[in-house]
Design a protein around this ligand. Sequence first.
Ligand code: GLV
Ligand code: MN
Ligand code: MN
Ligand code: MN
Length: 428
Amino acid sequence: EPHSFFQKSLSLLSVDTESLQKEIDELAAFSDTPAPSVTRILYTEKDVLARRYIKNLMGLSGLSVREDAVGNIFGRWDGHEPELPAVATGSHIDAIPYSGKYDGVVGVLGAIEAINVLQRSGFRPRRSLEVILFTSEEPTRFGISCLGSRLLAGSEVLVEALKTTVDAQNRSFLDAARSAEYAKDQDDLSSVFLKKGTYSAFVELHIEQGPLLEEEGISIGIVTAIAAPASIKLEFEGNGGHAGAVLMPHRNDAGLAAAELALAVEKHVLESGSIDTVGTVGILELHPGAINSIPSKSHLEIDTRDIDEQRRNIVIEKIQHSASKIAIDRGVRLSEFKIINQDPPALAEKTIIGAMEAASKELNLKHKLMISRAYHDSLFMARVSPMGMIFIPCYKGYSHKPEEYASSQDIANGVKVLALTLAKLSLH
Ligand code: GLV
Ligand code: MN
Ligand code: MN
Ligand code: MN
């Protein structure tokens, strides 16, 4: 029965760190930018090759592999009571432009290795265990974050939006998905929705993407909550014109409106008075983008987050107000103001937190409770399943840049805690 297994088998939980590191390095080679950076964008050739690599590994671990209409990939190890809701784990392998090789990847390759660890130890799951590769956690190509998990969680809004969503090259989402052999004979993607009660638990392993664990010398972070993210797209339009011939009093410069709004975003975020409120203008494009042409159009994308949803919503209202006011003052048009997503925070579930804490203790790994300031597929899986997340330290907290790094030892610790947590939840 459960307890005797854990007592006998703790010492049997051994991670093959060498193979895991080799896989992380091999996966990083599927990139559209040179090493050490990684760029892997949804449904591109590199993304398709990376997916094939993961499906192959799942197969080698004896998992049965299934894909849904948007390319969420599921690898299943049947438990001896396969009709019970399964225990799932997983993350993403898409990578934003010029990022690193650990974000998301540790939670996919590490999950497959956690399954290997359990198989080698002689463990037999009661509930089935599933590894999930989520499609497009990053919003890079279509502007929508956590696309796969949002759909799994049943977002009707997203199903509607995806019928007309296009990328920056005006390629439609459905066309791009079909090029990767997904969404074959359906325009309606609600087939992706998970049935309620599919999973009894979902656990995601991820690098911290912050500096705390490393600074404090702690191996394992146990996430209690994920901050609430939101993103906004907007456009200003003016008359443009010749940079020499149009005199200053006659201009309505869409670029200057954008610059002023970017500073207003910073101001509104700081006005919250909380260190937990953040805002970023990560995209600012000027049209036509010529040195001797007054910008006739500017395009901004703004990311703002907080652990307090209401406080984050106040920032969004202030940004909207500033955008309208700047447009009036500068005589430009606010031709678009679109809130792309405005998600609530998510809480990890008590039983799962308990299982992760117990696993860390039994493995003699120092751990602490913490919040996640980055969002994750777990934010959406929490809508359809009890959720938990395991963080491991990463070098200086670096993420979303090529210097991102986590040591093999820290990754192995995370995989062990994941394996033991999955085992506990599987017998639960
Ligand atoms: C996801 O990568 C995020 O921006 O938190
Ligand atoms: Mn990321
Ligand atoms: Mn990630
Ligand atoms: Mn993320």
